[in-house]
Design a protein around this ligand. Structure first.
Ligand code: C2E
Ligand code: MG
Ligand code: MG
Ligand code: MG
Length: 288
């Protein structure tokens, strides 16, 4: 009886698995279609220097303009593609679109560096550096220094040999790196030494709670000291209120990104935001 029951169970699991695979494949083909239909778009979120309010650059953040569901954030669709080649197709589209944006802004007289998030699968893809060379060659008027990449601390650690080599090759082309969500991936000091990055981005979870949680504040202080030792720059994510900005400045962390400065916005809003910011730079309470 037990044997029979086991068999039935595994049969049920097989059916469930089939249903899950079918569902995944449907979602993948819907996302592939969205890419073809131009339903994706990039929003841009500014990074500013809190000492002089200068705009340092913007981070590109993908959105899906879904015809029925409205504007979808990446957590709702990127996890679906993360083991699929479609992840790399989307990554290439993002880099391409960022280059187009740099070109449009350049034509209007603005040089605003754009940082692009690179997925774990994409950064380890054999053609990553070659594809980057090709795309830079398509935009000869754009200084490669205006394009930056962000890799998650966890994906940088996954294959440190490979990823540090890719980072080095890209840096030689002029494209620098940030280590994103820093503090969540348990980098050891020796690893950090081997990653040719320009910036560490302090994960927003530490910043959000630094005013109420001594441990989070201590972690931020530790990251700032670490950055000094390794000659890295710091970007603090999740700066939601003026108090966060003040506290970070007091600790010696200057570059900030977060709802207290601006939420991510469509490209067409960025220049008017920048114009307003230059006239009245000030942090606000941007908490939801
Ligand atoms: P991330 O790279 O760490 O980006 C920061 C995320 O925090 C963004 O969420 C941003 O909207 C949000 N954020 C910024 N400031 C604040 C704040 O003050 N408070 C709060 N609560 N949140 C803030 P978003 O746009 O939903 O993106 C989530 C993650 O998805 C990103 O985290 C990044 O890892 C990934 N992602 C976004 N765009 C792309 C992309 O084009 N390619 C890839 N591979 N990943 C992307
Ligand atoms: Mg990022
Ligand atoms: Mg982050
Ligand atoms: Mg994140």
């Amino acid at each position: 009886i037990a044997k029979q029951k086991g068999k039935n169970c595994s049969h049920i699991f097989d059916i469930e698995k089939d249903v899950a695979v079918k569902h995944l494949n449907e979602e993948l083909s819907r996302i592939a279609q969205a890419l073809k239909n131009n339903e994706f778009t990039l929003y841009y979120q500014p990074k500013v220097d809190l000492r002089n309010y200068e705009i340092i650059g913007v981070e590109a953040l993908i959105r899906w303009n879904h015809p029925d569901k409205g504007v979808l954030v990446p957590d709702l669709f990127l996890p679906t593609v993360k083991h699929d080649m479609l992840d790399i197709e989307i990554g290439k589209w993002v880099i391409h679109t960022a280059m187009e944006q740099l070109q449009s802004w350049q034509a209007l007289g603005y040089d605003i560096p754009i940082s692009v998030n690179i997925s774990p699968l994409h950064i380890e893809h054999a053609e990553f550096v070659k594809d980057l060379k090709d795309i830079l060659a398509q935009y000869p008027s754009i200084n490669p220094k205006l394009l930056e990449f962000e890799v998650l601390e966890s994906s940088a650690l996954n294959d440190i040999e490979l990823v540090s080599k890719v980072m080095k090759d890209c840096s030689e082309l002029g494209v620098c790196f940030s280590i994103d969500d820093f503090g969540t991936g348990y980098s050891s000091l020796t690893y950090l030494k081997r990653l040719p990055a320009k910036y560490l981005k302090i994960d927003q979870s530490f910043v959000r709670d630094m005013l109420i949680d001594k441990d989070d504040k201590a972690i931020i202080q530790g990251i700032i000291e670490l950055a000094k030792v390794f000659n890295l720059n710091i970007v603090a994510e999740g700066v939601e209120t003026p108090k966060h900005g003040e506290a970070l400045l007091a600790l010696g962390s200057y570059v900030a990104q977060g709802f207290g400065i601006a939420k991510p916005m469509p490209a067409k809003e960025l220049l008017s935001w920048a114009g307003n910011w230059k006239q009245h730079p000030c942090l606000i309470d941007g908490r939801d």
